[in-house]
Design a protein around this ligand. Structure first.
Ligand SMILES: Nc1ncnc2c1ncn2[C@@H]1O[C@H](COP(=O)(O)OP(=O)(O)OP(=O)(O)O)[C@@H](O)[C@H]1O
Ligand SMILES: [Mg+2]
Length: 328
């Protein structure tokens, strides 16, 4: 299967008041057409920065990329001119975010905003763009689409706004969709509907999806592959079933045991696990494995040497000294 996106050894540093801060370390991942990759990890682990790097919209601009390559359908994005990149964004690479209000313009109707986007990227006049907008709203299962086109963003519920954002994102049939916590602000039933929509759109049109979430439950319902990020690194990656059913990295195991389960209170004998400590500040100098200070299985070598990449079986890989020792 053809890869939509191949990231190799990507490193990102941001320069600001605190000097130059390394944010992403040696990120490598691949996404095939019609596949969904989940990026998970605690707050501050670098999920959004990975998304911004792909779209070349990092806060520090493109100089923030200090190494590695981002290949999108055979084209090296890190070498493209800004004017060329603008053509990719919104058309071939679409994005949706947690709060659609920040992307929708409050002073224009939904119809106006949808047709503007469609007309920017496709050879269509306003009438044709309007019928495309209607078609897209119906695709995301919005009833009374004609009425919704005349509404302003504030007149819609959060779930409806997120559907509109997905309709806009998919209206130009992107090859890659980046969804950064798109369901975090929604209640669970709406969340399930949005997840279903993303899956449907991806499978129907062969769009590759990067789905970012700190919620492993959501990711498990949706993703083909999962990459677990910790402190700017991918610590474990594999098929969703390998990572969720047979996690190997202590951080992945800890994340999984911190998911609440539906056990009646009187039956719940084990308390919910909370990973002690916090994701380190990116400026914090940690030798060896960045998870070592919080890891229950920490060995001497973990504090000295960075764990190398270990490939377990097809596609399932991780960086962990402990796992290596156990196997040995
Ligand atoms: N503009 C910025 N300048 C410098 N550092 C930043 C900037 N924005 C974010 N960071 C830092 O980059 C690191 C990664 O942040 P990122 O937003 O990618 O995390 P995240 O995994 O998306 O977290 P969350 O789940 O909270 O969205 C964090 O340590 C954060 O403090
Ligand atoms: Mg984020």
């Amino acid at each position: 299967m053809e890869n939509i996106l191949t990231i190799k050894n990507l490193s990102v540093s941001l320069t600001g008041k605190r000097g130059t801060v390394p944010i992403l370390h040696d990120i490598s991942l691949e996404i095939e057409a019609g596949h969904i990759l989940g990026l998970v990890g605690e707050s501050g682990s670098g999920k959004s920065m990975t998304a911004f790097a792909i779209t070349q919209l990092l806060p520090g601009g493109r100089n923030s990329i200090v190494g590695g390559s981002i290949n999108f359908c055979g084209q090296e994005l890190t070498e493209k001119k800004e004017s060329e990149l603008a053509k990719f964004r919104g058309k071939e690479i679409a994005m949706i975010f947690q709060e659609p209000m920040t992307c929708l313009n409050p002073v224009f109707t939904i119809g106006r905003q949808m047709t503007d986007v469609i007309m920017t990227h496709q050879q269509k006049n306003r009438t044709e763009a309007t019928s495309k907008a209607l078609e897209m709203l119906e695709k995301v299962h919005i009833r009374n689409a004609e009425r919704v086109l005349k509404r302003y963003p504030y007149e819609l519920s959060g779930g409806m706004r997120q559907r509109v954002m997905i309709a806009i994102a998919l209206s130009c049939s992107p090859k890659l969709l980046i969804a950064d916590e798109p369901t975090t602000a929604l209640d669970v039933t709406i969340q399930a509907q949005i997840i279903f929509l993303i899956k449907e759109a991806c499978k129907a049109s062969g769009t590759g999806v990067v789905f970012i979430s700190h919620d492993l439950g959501v990711v498990s319902q949706l993703c083909d592959k999962i990459a677990v990020m910790y402190s700017g690194k991918i610590v474990e990656m594999g098929t969703a079933s390998d990572v969720l059913r047979d996690p190997q990295h202590p951080y992945t195991k800890a994340l999984l045991s911190s998911i609440p389960r539906f056990t009646p209170k009187e039956d719940a004998d084990d308390k919910l696990y909370a990973i002690p400590g916090m994701v380190p500040d990116p400026l914090e100098v940690i030798s060896g494995c960045r998870f070592a200070p919080r890891c229950p299985y920490v060995l001497d070598i973990c504090r000295k040497e960075e764990p190398p990449l270990k490939i377990l079986e097809e596609g399932h890989c991780l960086h962990c000294h402990f796992q290596e020792e156990v196997q040995a």
